[in-house]
Design a protein around this ligand. Structure first.
Ligand code: GLN
Length: 377
């Protein structure tokens, strides 16, 4: 018996494994190859030394929840109650699962845009829900709202968003927000907005967090990750924001899934957030990486697709080969020593537009070495 009969090992594990096996440069799984901030590491060390080594309170330590509320005020002009509307979680993926487990039951339909981060559909299925897949429009991956509307039924319970979007780098626009506002007003749909790449947004664009819009926030769970933006994916630290009535239900599930999250890291992060300079510098830091990667890739036969955010860059390879994207990604890992992610892995039916995803959250020398190899293809 299997609750997820069609699920195997995640593509991230597969491609990182293949990269290790073939000593390839790993631009597949999304994590940086540089270390996180020294001050942040020291602050966590200090918290351990100071004896903060037992269970944290179930929703997270108050200084961290207060620091998160302050950041939300500063960035999105929204006032969120740290006591009742913020819960610290072991990572963003967990925050998403818990939101789904909180509200989705047998037969509930959840609108999911594809390409979709690979945990979304299994998260819905394991809770008895019905994923309703809506393709983003290729090649700029915008949302076709008339298509969304055609999928709404009396059973539609939730719509999942991801901005900036993994793997495509597309972002929500003011028009998307207006469409969402209409939809939520007409149908009382819940929103789950995965915003783990909130600071990774480029070309002077603004992150249109759902937190900015009270008419949407009142129906929403919004999830974030410290690992993704503070270069410490191995810490598995994140958080969820929701209005008090939804958060009360969320915490009922959270308290029996992991109860509470790593205490010294919460103290370290709480202090680190007192200086916003670090997170305010992140868009420029990552834009430089993206631009550098794009400038290097000009000398290859890959064609970039447009990206406004995240630390991923999609590349078409139709000038190189007409292989399927999985075969192509595996072959270039083995033969040329650079690992990527085939984008068909983000479609349940394996839709293949002959596009692969590269992660550019890497040291410049890593990007240079990788592109030297990609030039030979
Ligand atoms: N979010 C990461 C990515 O898209 C992967 C995280 C994981 O391996 N589960 O690459």
């Amino acid at each position: 018996m299997s609750k997820l009969p069609n699920v195997g090992t995640t593509i991230f594990t597969v491609m990182s494994g293949l990269a290790a096996q073939h000593a390839a440069i790993n631009l597949s799984q999304g994590f940086p190859d540089f270390d996180c901030n020294e001050t942040l590491k020291h602050l966590v060390g200090e918290a351990m030394e100071a004896g903060y080594n037992q269970y944290a309170p179930m929703p997270g330590i108050m200084p961290l929840r207060e620091a998160i509320a302050e950041k939300i005020r500063l960035l999105y002009g929204q006032s969120v109650n740290p006591d009742t509307e913020i819960t610290v979680t072991p990572g963003g993926t967990y925050a998403i699962f818990t939101a789904i487990a909180t509200v989705i039951g047998p037969g509930d339909e959840v609108i999911i845009f594809e390409p979709a981060y690979d945990s979304y559909i299994p998260n819905v299925l394991v809770n008895g829900g019905v994923p309703v897949r809506v393709p983003l429009s290729f090649p700029d991956y915008h949302i076709d709202w008339s298509l969304v509307r055609s999928k709404i039924t009396p059973r539609t319970k939730m719509i999942m968003l991801n901005t900036p979007h993994n793997p495509t780098g597309s972002i929500l626009t003011p028009n998307d927000i207006a469409e969402l506002e209409k939809l939520v007003a007409e149908h009382n749909i819940l929103i789950l907005s995965d915003e783990v790449y909130e600071h990774l947004i480029y070309d002077g664009k603004e992150h249109l967090s759902i937190l900015r819009y009270p008419s949407l926030l009142k129906n929403s769970f919004v999830t974030f990750s410290f690992g993704k933006v503070f270069h410490n994916t191995g810490w598995k630290m994140g958080y969820c924001i929701a209005p008090a009535h939804l958060m009360a239900e969320y915490r009922k599930v959270h308290q029996y899934l992991c109860f509470s999250v790593n205490t010294p890291m919460q103290y370290g992060l709480a202090k680190f957030l007192q200086t916003p300079d670090h997170y305010l510098s992140l868009p420029a830091f990552f834009q430089e990486k993206r631009d550098y990667f794009l400038s290097l890739m000009k000398d290859t036969r890959f064609t970039p697709l447009h990206s406004s955010g995240s630390y991923f860059q999609l590349m078409k390879y139709d000038r190189i080969s007409d292989e399927g994207d999985k075969d192509f990604a595996i072959r270039i890992t083995k033969e040329f020593g650079v690992a990527s992610i085939p984008v068909s892995a983000f479609y349940e039916d394996g839709k293949d537009d002959h596009v692969v995803r590269f992660c550019f959250a890497k040291r410049n020398e890593t990007l240079e070495k990788a592109v030297e190899r990609l030039k030979k293809i």
